[in-house]
Design a protein around this ligand. Structure first.
Ligand code: KIV
Length: 264
């Protein structure tokens, strides 16, 4: 696979070419994903749940994300690699700079931050200091205690309208990717059309520019449960490499996510 940059994603958005992305946490799977030509990988703080067996992502530390980022980069030199900034690691712009620096030095090309308009200033400061940012909106799992559970976001019109405004604010602040988690497909479509930068969805219907899945969900081996928006591609193909290829093809053709994986 050739080296992927944000320019490739921008070009694909302009051409209407959808792309698949997946989480990765170690060198072996990162290498498999690179061999199957997954262009974007995320070292997600979901590792707290799928690797560490915790009930949410809050205990994950920057050092843990940095360690897994080094592992993934070793296996996948050419993917565009995003690293999640854990809970409270970007509570102030100073903390954000210090911790984002550790993740970029571990091999990330971009960091991902959860939040709405309040993270705009942090995004601007990071972007000025050469740290590209993906802004994660919708169901932001680090806010599970505010939301009172892992719940779909943006269901009523006022909240949907606010999320469109927030996405545009974060793009204007310098966010180079917007990631939407668990929002109605109609809202994801509004945001995808409104934003110039690529929009990646999970539980956001098939209308976004890209899709992301937690790799354990894609292979149907998550310890906890299978979310409605996910699909076990290994069960369908019986082979890990074919499962990844099928996922990529289904995303590119707009076949995945289907209606049964979508919130309306
Ligand atoms: O941590 C993670 O894996 C994520 C994805 C679910 C988008 O944030």
């Amino acid at each position: 696979m050739k080296k992927i940059s944000i320019h490739d994603l921008m070009k694909w958005k302009q051409e209407g070419k959808k792309f698949a992305t997946v989480t990765a946490y170690d060198a072996s799977f990162a290498q498999l994903f690179e061999q199957q030509e997954v262009p974007v990988l995320l070292v997600g703080d979901s590792l707290g749940m799928v690797l560490q067996g915790k009930s949410d992502t809050l205990p994950v530390t920057t050092e843990e994300i940095a360690y897994h980022t080094r592992c993934v980069r070793a296996g996948s030199p050419n993917s565009l690699l995003m690293a999640d900034m854990p809970f409270m690691s970007y509570a102030t712009p100073e903390q954000a700079c210090e911790n984002a620096g550790k993740l970029m030095q571990a091999g990330a090309n971009m960091v991902k931050i959860e939040g709405d308009a309040w993270i705009a200033e942090t995004i601007r400061i990071l972007a000025e200091r050469a740290v590209p940012v993906c802004a994660h909106l919708g169901l932001t799992p680090q806010s599970v205690n505010i939301f009172g559970g892992f719940r779909i976001q943006g269901r009523d019109e006022a909240k949907a309208e606010q999320m469109v405004k927030d996405a545009l604010t974060l793009e204007a602040a310098g966010a180079q990717i917007i990631l939407l988690e668990c929002v109605p497909a109609s809202l994801a479509e509004r945001i995808t059309k409104a934003c110039t930068v690529p929009v990646i969805g999970i539980g956001a219907g098939n209308v976004t520019d890209g899709q992301i899945l937690v790799m354990h969900d894609m292979f149907g081996i998550s310890a906890n449960y299978m979310p409605k928006f996910s699909k076990n591609f290994l069960a369908e193909t019986g082979d890990m490499r074919e499962a990844v290829t099928k996922y990529i093809q289904d995303v590119e053709q707009g076949v995945f996510p289907a209606a049964e994986h979508t919130f309306n």
